[in-house]
Design a protein around this ligand. Structure first.
Ligand code: GRF
Length: 200
């Protein structure tokens, strides 16, 4: 991307290994006007921070008090010209201050077919264990807008995978991860393009 070309700047919020963050970064590396400009993490030592470092993407570690009761890091996001926020394995609820500052411009990926298996405490292996215990025949991913409630905003996209009789939660997690990697970057791009938020 040329220095002065119009750009949409994405911040990826993540707390974990960052495999989705890596796919998103790869997807937008050569993009004409969409750029991953910041990685935001709430956990020192998280894999996603090493990815950001390796990719030379600015990254910050945020702390709870300031996020929930301070300025929600709105000023730092502004400093990096952030237009759009992608939650890729970020476990804290998003405070209203941030939702109001980025209306319709925060999206999340959930590793199950919402509205089932969502809400507080439904993250990571808890989700896949609950799906297996319930003997579901399929699971998948949900990409949705973020509002003030956990896993609640309008659904943008879902993709499914089949669950075989002897699948374990770990096996299901792998299938779901593959779907996430395959679809999340493309859907992010589609949403941003459809919103027409390029600054000129
Ligand atoms: C993904 O399964 C995502 O759906 C969930 O957290 C996981 C993050 O994985 N919310 P990774 O850190 O991107 O590998």
């Amino acid at each position: 991307m040329q220095e002065n070309s119009p750009a949409v700047h994405i911040a990826i919020f993540a707390s974990g290994a960052g495999s989705n963050a890596q796919k998103i970064i790869d997807h937008f590396k050569q993009h004409a006007f969409i750029k991953v400009s910041l990685v935001v993490c709430n956990k020192a030592g998280a894999g996603v921070l090493s990815i950001a470092e390796k990719e030379k993407i600015p990254h910050i570690i945020i702390e709870k008090e300031r996020f929930f009761r301070g300025d929600a890091y709105v000023e730092i996001l502004a400093l990096h010209k952030i237009d759009f926020i992608v939650l890729a394995g970020f476990l804290w609820k998003i405070p209203s201050a941030l939702i109001q500052r980025f209306p319709g411009k925060i999206i999340n990926i959930h590793p199950a077919l919402l509205p089932k298996y969502g809400g507080k405490g439904m993250f990571g292996h808890h989700v896949h264990e609950a799906v297996i215990v319930a003997k579901e025949k399929e699971s998948g991913i949900t990409i949705h807008y973020v509002d003030e409630l956990y896993d609640h905003g309008k659904i943008i996209f879902q993709a499914t995978c089949t669950i075989e009789k002897n699948d374990t939660p770990e096996m299901l997690a792998q299938k779901v991860h593959l779907l996430e990697h395959r679809f999340f970057p493309k859907i992010i791009e589609e949403v941003i393009v459809s919103q027409n938020i390029v600054k000129r």
